[in-house]
Write a protein that binds this ligand. Structure first.
Ligand code: MLC
Ligand code: AMP
Length: 500
């Protein structure tokens, strides 16, 4: 039997007793133990009816068992579908309805809320966490499992990314997509079994799940698995670690702490940043403080990683480096799709084994963004210099990135527009020193005191995860529009450009 991703990432570790996952409570799982735990998880999933291609939807805390569940899902031939733990019940209902998972795994605290939904959809519900039913069921299973056959083109994961239409889209990622990218990154960033990775990212997004964990598995790297970002813990772990991956907020928070010094990071080999723009001033302040030049790379859920600054050679602040080996990047005219000469600003398009196969059950959306020749239109605006180095200058898509989380204004506008008394709204991002950007809503109401801020807050609280909530509401008489009638969010950004 062959299973492309499992055979490459997990199976080689069957007899590897080196430490893999070091958790907050001090417990350590070796690679071999993780594999045995994965086999137990695979048995539970198979008994619940998971067959090749079935989705396993996971909205659970970050823990060693969550990683074993990822491995077990792959081994059982399933499709791993992780969700942000901050999503509300209303958001969860959409994902469950769209993905129709065979199994749902949630936090024990959410069980009562999720149970009716699981029953309605005919999905088996487990909980993961302290006293979780999945962990208990796994304890009773054999620790070896006959790996289910899966080829390079089969689906390995379904990751939802929100979109400009307000509806989240499931990006279909194959075994080939994930493995090819992990192989390239291990090589490029020289990741080895001598590394120890500080892992403080969530494991429901590409960054923490694939970029960090798949490379660690491939290289045999020890992972300090932190359940969440915690500055004090990171400061404690730095002297015995070599590698860290983070969003820019991680690095600005470290710089904000006087305990973060050159001596503290003497053992560190590499700091990597991505998921949001790293300000040049952060890059420079980091080098001045530590002597390390942060290596910035650029990627997307649909494409995995696309470009990276070099390991050797210049890591230039404000640029995201060169296309990864095996990945083609071109800059095109947003209107015509024609490739632009080097130096001109256009949309980044990307093609390669890393690029996803399309959006789950959304052929029209797929056709809009994935060209017939295999190039994916990222919606990011950039220039490329004569050597191919890419500098991102903006976004053609209406997107806010806050602390590395993507927030699509349309989704919030749709909720606000439903509130009685609201005529129209425009949601946009303003600079924020901690999160990079934060969410602001401009609201036009039917008249003075026709709608209160509290009513707006209540509506978003019911519908949307906390990180998407506007941090400021501005009541306007009218939204600024151009001659075509389109709302000018750049005007709003300029007007409310402070840091709320
Ligand atoms: C938390 N909060 C946020 C937020 N994270 N608000 C806006 N933006 C965010 N990103 C809010 C909470 O709702 C809460 O609000 C308050 O902040 C404190 O919550 P917390 O959980 O204690 O926050 P904290 O632990 O400080 O989290 C911040 C963070 C986290 C930056 C550590 O957001 C994070 O881990 N971000 C990483 C995201 C990521 O992995 N992105 C990769 C996507 S993949 P209140 O008001 O209730 O107190 C991708 C592709 C690629 O983009 O290229 O990698
Ligand atoms: P996601 O859809 O969550 O995968 O987020 C992908 C988006 O994050 C990209 O389209 C970019 O807009 C942004 N992004 C990722 N890495 C970087 C980076 N290094 N610099 C600027 N933007 C980035």
């Amino acid at each position: 039997m062959t299973n492309t991703l499992f055979d490459a990432l997990f199976a080689p570790h069957a007899r590897n007793d080196a430490p893999f996952l070091q958790s907050d409570d001090g417990s350590v799982l070796s690679f071999a133990q993780t594999l045995r735990r994965a086999a137990q998880m695979a048995h539970v999933l198979a008994k619940a009816g998971v067959s090749p291609g079935d989705r396993v939807l996971v909205q659970a805390p970050k823990a060693a068992d969550t990683i074993a569940l990822y491995a077990g899902t792959l081994q059982a031939g399933g499709v791993y579908l992780p969700l942000n733990t901050a999503y509300t019940q209303a958001e969860l209902e959409y994902f469950v309805g769209d993905a129709t998972p065979k199994v749902i795994v949630c936090d024990p605290a959410a069980q009562a809320d999720v149970a009716p939904l699981a029953q309605q959809m005919g999905a088996t519900l487990f909980t993961l966490g302290a006293q979780g039913s999945l962990s208990q069921a796994a304890d009773a299973q054999p620790d070896d499992f006959e790996t289910v056959d899966r080829g390079p083109e089969d689906l390995a994961a379904l990751l939802y990314t929100s979109g400009t239409t307000g509806r989240s889209k499931g990006a279909m990622l194959s075994h080939r997509n994930l493995l090819s990218n992990a192989e390239v990154l291990v090589d490029l960033w020289r990741i080895t079994d001598q590394d120890r990775l500080i892992h403080a990212l969530p494991v429901f997004h590409t960054h923490g799940l694939f970029v960090a964990l798949n490379t660690a598995l491939l290289a045999g790297t020890t992972v300090r698995l932190m359940s969440r970002f915690d500055l004090d813990t990171i400061l404690e772990e730095l002297p015995t670690s070599t590698l860290m991956m983070g969003v820019p907020t991680f690095y600005t928070r470290l710089l904000g702490d006087a305990r973060f010094t050159r001596d503290l990071v003497a053992n560190m080999r590499l700091f990597i940043s991505g998921s949001a723009p790293l300000l040049a001033e952060t890059h420079q302040a980091f080098e001045a403080r530590t002597g390390h030049r942060i290596l910035e790379r650029y990627g997307m859920t649909e494409t995995n990683m696309i470009t990276s600054n070099p390991y050797d050679g210049d890591r230039i602040s404000g640029t995201v480096g060169y296309a990864l080996p095996g990945v083609e990047v071109k800059i095109t005219d947003p209107e015509t799709g024609v490739e632009l000469p080097r130096g001109e600003i256009g949309v980044i398009e990307v093609r390669g084994d890393n690029v996803f196969g399309g959006y789950w059950k959304m052929p029209e959306k797929t056709a809009e963004e994935l060209r017939h020749d295999g190039f994916f239109i990222t919606g990011d605006l950039a220039t490329q210099d004569g050597q191919g180095r890419v500098t991102i200058v903006g976004r053609a898509k209406d997107l806010i990135i806050s602390g590395g989380y993507n927030i699509y204004p349309k989704e919030i506008e749709d909720v606000l527009n439903q509130v009685p008394g609201v005529l129209e709204t425009a949601v946009f991002g303003t600079p924020n020193p901690d999160f990079g950007e934060s969410v602001v809503a401009a609201v036009v109401s039917e008249g003075p005191s026709a709608v209160s801020t509290e009513a707006l807050q209540t509506a978003v609280a019911q519908a949307l995860a906390r990180f998407k909530h506007p941090r400021q509401y501005a009541f306007l008489d009218a939204l600024p529009r151009n001659t075509m009638g389109k709302v000018q969010k750049n005007v709003l950004r300029a007007q409310f450009g402070g840091a709320p």
